[in-house]
Design a protein around this ligand. Structure first.
Ligand code: F6R
Length: 614
């Protein structure tokens, strides 16, 4: 987490830094800061809370900051130490000569700190980053060369980091390095902008150099030089990025989340247009770099992901097992990496990640890759670190998702799983052809069904108003929609802070039912199909304990209006595809409850969109 930006050029650095940090707010937003080169020293400005607080502070000091043409900036998601001004970056050494911003975690910071304190450094913050500032300053005092000081410090630092460093004696130099954290150098005319992610500089230049791990770049206004940890010069190429400056407009919606929920029909149409060309043709998925024999020989699939992506993966398991006759395991990446995994060359490993940066998933994928498994990556960021590990890259093309709560990327991940399952089933001949055809026919209809839900939001808004003032919320479902219950609960808890939990409905009577009383809302996802009657019985059991019952259903059965206090009706859909329909009302319900409660919908507390720490 955290976002870093650095600027060196002939323009005023402060505006470019703040502009860049604004684009990186998805990486954290609990405090921020900049360091700006002045005539003979470095000025530091920091603020707690949202970036706007820092921007306001800089505006008040405009005369003092506007002429600086070299600076570094940081937006923080606290890992070590509370989100206070003291702990905000940039951090400096004791004389203020070195200023550092950092994204990642320095794992051996305690040992380094103890050593540096013993040598006389006085620490002011609780962060791991301050260690880096003192360490680089120590090295610099010995070698009087900032690049060399960063190189020597890198040899002692353990962990993941992207670092951007400046020194008060070097008005034409910025030194940056990275290990297991993103850092890209934007190359302009007599200027460079380094950042954790492309949107921070794409407005100024489309030319970029992607730094590799353990490379150190020395940047002046005129030049970029890269060396490795052994001091070897590195030949690098400048890419021209196929990016357009993203319009981060809310397009009239109150929040990005609401806008992104409404984009889902278009996201599906866009994905299907290239891949599902005709219901009579096989799915077109040439991104899957497995030949027919390899697909037929697949003995097992492992899917690794976190959070919302994990829920998409669980639905992927259900669909692949139903259509492809291949056993599928789904596991949270953070668990996968700390146990012995049994894989062989016929195991396909799929990593799912909106950001392509999630540290746990990235580590898990690297582990699987070391065992020679074929790696499929499903991501919204084809330029990400995870994408670079892929043997087969399935880019979900959902477009930039700004809201921290994932919505349209989840929808696009689900689509990717349906297409992948159809492709494997077609290749293996493992499912009835008429079933595959009907799935394709119905997939094409999903966007218009979502549009019906979106144009009929009033029922969900009303439900949100009635249930907003609850402390707890239970979601129940079975079968293919059990992960939908988990995702509905996750959406609600992350943006409204209501204690929401998803259960497979059959488990309710094995413990959770004890929590039910007249204050507890229970939302049952009742989509017609194999488990409809079963969930209905589970709902009766909940009703008998006086729970406040809500149904989300595609059934017109009027009896539901008697059993349930509130019924949300959605268009009919076949069971396999019902997760695509059922999730949208739950996203809207979470949104309207959070909005009703006055929460910060797009940037909920304690969260960040890109989780780059384990
Ligand atoms: C929830 C949410 C998170 C992410 C999780 C994984 O709305 O967005 O749960 O899904 O942090 O992130 P990615 O998909 O980027 O690996």
């Amino acid at each position: 987490m955290c976002g870093i930006v650095g600027y060196i050029g002939n323009k005023s650095a402060v505006d470019i830094l703040i502009d860049g940090l604004k684009q990186l707010e998805y990486r954290g937003y609990d405090s921020s800061g900049v360091a700006l080169m002045n005539t003979d020293n470095i000025d530091i400005y920091k603020a707690e809370g949202k970036l706007q607080n820092l921007a306001d502070k800089l505006f008040m000091n405009r005369d003092k900051v506007v002429n600086s043409t070299l600076g570094i900036g940081h937006i923080r998601w606290a890992t070590h130490g509370a989100p206070t001004v003291i702990n905000a970056h940039p951090h400096t050494c004791n004389c203020g000569g070195v200023a550092v911003v950092h994204n990642g975690i320095i794992e051996n910071y305690k040992e380094l700190r103890a050593k540096l304190e013993a040598e006389g450094c006085v620490f002011r913050s609780q962060t791991d980053t301050e260690t880096v500032a003192h360490l680089i300053a120590k090295k610099y005092s010995q070698c009087k060369n900032l690049t060399e000081a960063v190189r020597l410090a890198s040899l002692e630092i353990e962990g993941a980091y992207a670092i951007c460093v400046m020194h008060k004696d070097l008005p034409n130099e910025l030194v940056v390095t990275k290990r297991n954290a993103p850092l890209i150098v934007g190359v302009g005319e007599d200027e460079f902008i380094v950042a954790s992610d492309v949107p921070a500089f794409i407005k100024y230049t489309k030319k970029a150099v992607y730094l590799k791990d353990n490379q150190i770049a020395t940047i002046t206004r005129e030049n970029l030089n890269i060396i490795d940890l052994n001091n070897n010069s590195i030949f690098f190429t400048t890419e021209v990025l196929p990016w357009e400056p993203a319009s981060l407009s809310k397009m009239g919606y109150k929040h990005f989340m609401l806008k992104e929920i409404h984009e889902q029909p278009a996201v599906i149409r866009n994905i299907l247009s290239g891949k599902l060309r005709s219901v009579d043709e096989d799915i077109y998925l040439d991104e899957l770099k497995l030949d027919k024999d390899s697909i037929k020989n697949l003995s097992r699939i492992q899917i690794i992901a976190c959070g919302t992506s994990l829920h998409a993966a669980m639905i992927g398991k259900y669909i692949i097992e139903s259509l492809c006759e291949i056993p599928v395991d789904v596991e949270a990446s953070s668990e996968y990496i700390y146990r012995k995994n049994v894989t062989d060359k016929n195991t396909l490993v799929i990593g799912v990640s909106q950001s392509g940066e999630t540290a746990d998933t990235l580590t898990a994928i690297k582990q699987a890759k070391s065992k020679s498994c074929h790696i499929v990556i499903i991501t919204n960021r084809p330029d990400s670190a995870m994408a670079r590990e892929a043997d087969s890259l399935l880019a979900i093309n959902a477009g930039i998702e700004v809201s921290v709560a994932a919505t349209k990327s989840y929808m696009a991940q689900l689509l990717s799983f349906y297409l992948l399952a159809l492709k494997i089933a077609e290749t293996k001949g493992s499912a009835d052809k008429s079933l595959l055809k009907s799935l394709k026919e119905d997939l094409i209809l999903i966007p218009q069904k979502l549009e019906q839900i979106l144009s009929n939001k009033d029922q969900i808004q009303q439900c949100a108003r009635e249930y907003a003032n609850t402390k707890d919320f239970i979601f129940i479902a079975r079968g293919v929609n059990y992960p939908t219950a988990l995702e509905g609960a996750l959406k609600l808890k992350e943006i409204s802070y209501i204690n929401a939990t998803g259960y497979c409905a059959g488990e309710l009577k094995h413990g959770p039912i004890a929590m039910l009383d007249e204050s507890m809302p229970v939302l049952a996802i009742l989509m017609k199909g194999l488990v409809y009657d079963k969930i209905l019985s589970n709902s009766e059991e909940s009703k008998a304990r006086n729970a406040r019952m809500i149904a989300l259903t595609n059934s017109n059965d009027v009896k539901l209006d008697l059993l349930f206090d509130f019924v949300i009706r959605v268009p009919d859909v076949q069971e396999y595809l019902s997760p695509l329909i059922a999730i949208v009302p739950l996203q809207l319900l979470a949104y309207y409850i959070a909005e009703f409660l006055g929460k910060d919908v797009d940037q909920p507390r304690n969260l960040a969109k890109s989780v780059t720490v384990e």
